[in-house]
Design a protein around this ligand. Structure first.
Ligand code: OGA
Ligand code: MN
Length: 207
């Protein structure tokens, strides 16, 4: 059943990650849950709960709209039924990544992100100079009927020659090894909503 965590399309994702370091899975979660998450993100954005996203960590944090123009809200267990179901799915993924790929992922940090039309995030890596514990990035998109001409792709730089554009279509989960791929968010002509997270490993892990 699509609602049971056991039926998540985990294996193709894990195989991709092992082989190439990234994966893109369509319809990763049930459409009804994706729609609930979209509604929650929109409602919280309208209520002013999302704040301009910063770059870097702790003392090194700065808000630089010329680099990154989204607004975010960190999510926690117990925040809403929909977020709890999302976090449950990510927990299932975390355990399976650890079991099959021995990644030693210990926790997920995760936020709603809302890019208004024209907002972007310039090319970057997800690891900070002062924090290299982010190991696997996941981005779950919440935008029904996205068209390529609306922009807003996640552009991943796979190597010197090749890049890959992932459209932020509702239900798509993009996943990649955080330290390996530079990437950027292109500006869009409509709102662009997502849940973005990072599985972090233990600070003493060798991987
Ligand atoms: C990020 C990021 C990608 C996306 O938040 O670090 O790169 O597609 N997001 O939203
Ligand atoms: Mn990123």
């Amino acid at each position: 059943m699509p609602n049971s965590p056991n039926s998540l399309p985990l294996q193709p994702l894990i195989d991709d990650l092992a082989e190439q370091g990234w994966s893109q899975q369509r319809a990763f979660l049930p459409q009804s849950l994706t729609a609930e998450l979209e509604q929650e993100c929109r409602a919280r954005a309208a209520a002013g709960e999302l704040a301009p996203a910063a770059i870097g960590r702790a003392a090194g944090q700065a808000i630089v709209e010329g680099i990154r123009g989204d607004r975010i809200l960190w999510i926690e267990n117990g925040q809403s039924a929909a977020c709890d179901r999302f976090l449950d799915a990510m927990e299932t993924l975390r355990l399976e990544l650890n079991r099959q790929l021995f990644l030693g992922l210990e926790e997920l940090e995760c936020h709603f992100a809302f890019y208004a039309p024209g907002a972007f995030y310039l090319r970057h890596f997800d690891r900070f100079r002062d924090d290299d514990l982010r190991t696997v990035t996941v981005v779950f998109y919440l935008n029904p009927d996205w068209q390529a001409e609306q922009g807003g792709a996640l552009r991943m730089y796979l190597d010197e020659q090749r890049s890959l554009d992932v459209l932020p279509e509702a239900g798509t989960l993009a996943c990649f090894v955080s330290g390996e791929f530079a990437h950027e968010v292109l500006p869009a002509s409509r709102d662009r909503l997502s849940l973005t997270g990072w599985f972090r490993r233990r600070s003493d892990s060798l991987l």
